[in-house]
Design a protein around this ligand. Sequence first.
Ligand code: NAI
Length: 695
Amino acid sequence: MPNNLWNPTQALALPDLDGLVYRSNLLGADRSVINIYGGNTSVKINKPDFAGRPTEVLYVKASGSDVATMREKDFAALRLADILPLMQRETMTDEEMVSYLNHTAFEPGRPRQSIETLLHAFLPFKHVDHTHPDAIISLACTTEGEATARKVFGKRMAWVNYIRPGFTLSKWIAQCVIDTPSVECVVMGKHGLVTWGNDAQSCYAKSIDIISEAETYINDKRSGKLIFGGLKTAALEQAQRQALLTSVLPIIRGAASAERSAILSVDDTPTVLDFVGREHAATLSQLGAACPDHLVHVKRQALFVDWSPAEGGDALKAKLKASITDYRARYVDYFNSNKSEGDELRDPTPRVVLIPGLGMVNTGKDALNADVSRQLYHRAISVIGGSEAIGTFESLSATEAYGIEYWPLELYKLKLAPPDRDLAGKVALITGGASGIGRATAYRLAQDGAHVVIADINLQGANEVAADLCKRFGFKRAIAVSCNVTDENAVIAAFNAATLAYGGVDIVVNNAGIAGGKPIEETTLADWQKNIDILATGYFLVAREGFKLLKQQNEGGAPTRKRGGALLFVCSKNSIGAGKGAAAYSAAKAAELHLARCLAEEGGEHAIRVNSVLPDGVIQGSNIWSSEWKEARAKNYGIQTTELEDFYRKRTTLKVNVTPDDIAEAIAWLVGPRSAKTTGGVITVDGGNPTAYVR
Ligand code: NAI
């Protein structure tokens, strides 16, 4: 039940515009009232324009913002006097409407107004809310939608049948209210609710009251009913779910990435596990989307995988492959049956995959997009449940759904998005990502669009890097995992964590390392073993697990178009140049490089590229330059430790110092699409050092 969250002390005497922002955020705080990115709110205010003339200004939510977090700057401001004459028109196309509204801007620099702006403009009230509450949509999505809603609201409600948002719907809504001024709200068939008020507080209170009435009605009817049918498949224990998910997510990801690399998210909350295990879930999930907002993020139908845990993991893999192929074919049929001239097929991959016993998997172009789909399907479950409690759920028809999915205004919004970066939708696992070269690489790859897994023995450092990456680049763009690369189980666990978080991995940067050196007779067996363990064995374990995962993803894709992946080894000048006084380190670094080249040969047929970067003398920002290693190297060259940076610069051909960012730049190229035809390659990033010239 939505609570009235209005805090009179906090919101006391808020001016109209601040009241609008406060109210919008409160509405968005409860996702059963307004979906993420859904709904819109407005206020009409008198203000002087740039020349001091009194003007009635409509502040309305801008397209693409989310009410839960929006600020004053996220509202479009339009001159109402220029908009109101449109009420006299009979028709207006979407393009005419958008172009007209663009000309009514009150001040420059504000974002573009919502597609539903006219609805707000035409209603003769100061504050207007247009929400998509679960309970209202449940009423509006039953077969007898109007009659059902009337049972709750009687004559206090006006009803409009479903049509696509735009000029006509806005006019219908305004006309209902003008014709019957006593109504308190408008319920929109298969869409949502419109409410209003003279001030922000009363407008908000009206929205909450109306929604609560609907919810009370549904809850009364629901009581004692098994809405989704009896339990057919009980949820597996968490450990079993995770084990099965780690084995099938790469296959789903491979299959879901045919058009564009997808990021997955998993939801195994009790609500979802209960829904997918119920008798009617297979049927209900195929009926269609409840409203335009859901449709955009969950597609018309979820993919329901008809599997039960008794059949085992191999059967699940086989069923997933077959059912995704079948889903894509059905989507193409839907497109062909509804398309108009000039329409181009959009990605036919499911956004929602429901697996009894396991939960829900969502796909998206990035982690945020996958999560929005996840959130919206929770709304869908709630809406379907509400409708079934009071009657029979009736979704948007295939034609109505197509009309939204291929609506030029919806497609135009997508076109406004910046073009994908090189590593959009890709996942990079970087060992030793908490410091130095690994950390610089994490930032560089995230900047290119990748989601990053920081795997490091230093979990605190990894957490700090991951948190900062999320702050800079967005929702779940990085995660941290604790991993000692010498521990086989820890390496396997790191890849499993990456799989559960994103569905798989595309790029593996083998980088975690140490440094140290002594003359050979002073090198203990333990010194030798440590170098071999971390640098040679560690790189082997990480590469092996990476290889397995990349091949599993290939399994999901079309056999002719392997998605493959990229492994990158951070080796060293010492991998090919003899490192005097650092034999153990240099021998282990040489082993890394040769391992990389062998794997390049093994990876070719699977579209897995393996390349290496050879840095040297990266002192700034690196932690391997501990005082002990600095002293050893300085002693080796007969200089003071304070002279090392200068020494390294002077010994390079280009007379430069090398930084972690320089190495990260080479890595970004070698793991990205611009080096698609390079494997087994070696790039030195050392300022020029003839002993390491590749031959
Ligand atoms: P760094 O010390 O700044 O970073 C290394 C990271 O690896 C640290 O975050 C550390 O916690 C992590 N790490 C160490 N042992 C680990 C283990 N067993 N499991 C998981 N994580 C572990 O060092 P830097 O300079 O960034 O070095 C990165 C790589 O570059 C290393 O492989 C190093 O050998 C190589 N390299 C560095 C050069 C330099 O001059 N800095 C020159 C040539 C190669």
